[in-house]
Design a protein around this ligand. Sequence first.
Ligand code: SF4
Ligand code: SF4
Ligand code: FES
Length: 247
Amino acid sequence: MPDTIKITVVRGDKETTTESTYDVPTFEGMVVLDAVHYVQQHIDGTLACRWNCKAAKCGSCSAEVDGRPKLMCKTRVDQYPSGRIHVGPLRTFPLVKDLVTDVTWNYRMATKIKPLTPAADAPRPFVMQQADVERSQDFRKCIECFLCQDVCHVLRDHNRKDGFLGPRHMIKIAGLAMHPMDELDRVKMIKEEAGIGFCNITKCCTEVCPEHIKITDNGIIPMKERVVDRYYDPVMRILNILAPNKK
Ligand code: SF4
Ligand code: SF4
Ligand code: FES
């Protein structure tokens, strides 16, 4: 790793953006967030970035490092041996200032998802199989960094925020729908409000998830199968009419 790196940072707001390059001294184990903090502390205190834990757990420091969605606090600068790193804000959400974007849309969409809804007569305590526990726990590792939302081409390139809730919310719904205590029929919502048909299983979301959640394989595909069973498989449609299956 060179003694000094050149970090180019997108600067500006929703009206106008530019780029500034800064020379930053390196140290062993340095991450991109350290470089941004160095600029703030020693060169330009007006540089804005969002961060909190510096431990890859709060999901605040999401940015695009050399064009890839990453947590700045989990991205070592020695991964870039050229010593030149470009850092920009998430492109899918409106820019507030420099590296800070407005991710409010994600929180608004979260309110469309009904919480876990057990049957009134569900046994207490409710005993679950370990496999069921592990399945929904995997989805609960989400730190809401929204890197998956940023990379999803439905939201990023086609801006279909009007019709698709995005991968983060798909796994939230999947975790609820797969929970054996949940009695709510979520299939119609998954198809219509959540817009699962927009997803064409490119798996880009899974590739960028810092928690390594198998968003597509374990969350989205099983939900697509439920929609197909309910709406498009003729045999399952008849069976569903005779004996409705909420799962
Ligand atoms: S797999 Fe689906 S949700 Fe994930 S990035 Fe691709 S289109 Fe978006
Ligand atoms: S699913 Fe992964 S990438 Fe998406 S918001 Fe959660 S932690 Fe981030
Ligand atoms: S600062 Fe919390 S995830 Fe990076």
